[in-house]
Design a protein around this ligand. Structure first.
Ligand code: NAD
Length: 312
């Protein structure tokens, strides 16, 4: 029973970014060096670390994995911050608990932060400040990898309308994001709203709306609690549905998704049942390969932003 849904695999989207990264690398003429810190015993983190390493090496980057006891982590990050042979740092979380892990993110030098999670970068992102060197505006700020990967996917799918001015290209789009974590869902909702979308951000506690307001007149998004709203209200009006709920129990109710919606899953489990293909116009079942290419792109950008490299 064929459907008209187009299933887009992350691989195809990653290929385009791969070309861009290779061009940047060729212009640089040296291998950027990423150091990964693994200080937990989580097999999934080890797998992700190995996958990062493999992708780095395959793409012409150097990668070193440091496996260490968690109480040695902070000093090891400080040493890497000082080490001129280290271009980028990635820490595999969780290490302690969410609040102590946040303080670890603070230690990573912003100039080496491939994940874009250090306070200055995150503040730029929420405030819609896109460059590190105003008013010259040559050096682009670093954005968190998974949210940026999802933006690159939306660009690839032409949800971003290039007829509109840069920074306004999601004007008129209504997007539901199911997940409001500090590493993915909340920054993603902010980025999409800063680009002009009306975003419904859904988590276990309820719904919030992220938007630059009528006619996208505000310079940056504002957030509003939507008391009494449910996921059903959000899905009924959304052209795009992005879901990232952890675990294999959660499924987006297909019957509530708009006919012809674009559906993207970033959870490591499948948040959409196969029936989504009866409803969606486009379905992206996984995004990991794009995220890792963004990680390399961020690393390249950090090196391009180093003094003497000439900006990017
Ligand atoms: P998290 O546990 O920090 O956050 C989960 C979010 O989902 C929270 O906002 C929570 O309120 C919300 N949520 C949980 N149950 C819900 C429900 N029933 N309805 C609505 N919202 C609900 O997790 P995280 O770090 O954001 O990661 C989420 C998922 O994304 C995981 O599966 C993770 O493996 C995956 N992930 C994928 C990539 C990638 O590149 N593919 C990157 C990072 C994370």
């Amino acid at each position: 029973n064929p459907t008209n849904c187009k299933v887009i695999l992350a691989n195809n989207i990653a290929k385009r970014l791969h070309g861009e990264v290779q061009d940047g690398l060729a212009a640089l003429g040296r291998k950027p060096h990423l150091v990964g810190f693994l200080a937990n015993k989580d097999p999934a983190a080890k797998m992700y670390a190995d996958w990062t390493g493999k992708t780095c090496v395959e793409n012409g980057f150097d990668f070193t994995l440091q496996q260490l006891e968690r109480e040695s982590l902070e000093e090891a990050i400080r040493a890497a911050n000082r080490d001129a042979a280290v271009d980028g740092i990635i820490v595999y979380y969780p290490v302690f608990n969410p609040s102590r892990d946040r303080t670890i993110q603070y230690i990573v030098d912003q100039r080496k932060d491939v994940e874009g999670l250090s306070p200055y970068l995150i503040n730029n992102m929420y405030q819609n400040i896109r460059f590190l060197d105003p008013p010259a505006n040559v050096q682009k700020s670093i954005l968190p990898c998974t949210p940026l990967a999802i933006i690159k996917i939306l660009e690839y799918l032409q949800i971003y309308n290039t007829i509109l001015a840069y920074g306004n290209r999601l004007h008129g789009r209504r997007i539901t994001v199911i997940n409001r974590s500090e590493v993915v869902g909340r920054p993603l909702a902010a980025l999409l709203a800063n680009d002009g979308a009306e975003v419904y951000s859904v988590d276990v506690t309820g719904v919030q709306r992220f938007s630059r307001g009528e006619g996208i007149r505000k310079q940056q998004h504002a957030v509003e609690d939507k008391d009494g709203w449910t996921l059903a209200d959000c899905l009924a009006v959304s052209d795009v549905v992005i879901s990232g709920v952890p675990g294999d129990k959660y499924k987006v109710p297909v019957e509530l998704v708009r006919d012809g919606a674009v559906c993207i899953n970033f959870s490591s489990e499948k948040n959409f049942t196969p029936q989504i293909k009866e409803k969606a116009s486009i379905y992206v079942p996984a995004i990991g390969k794009v995220t890792i290419m963004i990680l390399l792109r961020n690393l390249l950008r950090l090196v391009q932003n180093q003094p003497g490299t000439g900006g990017s």
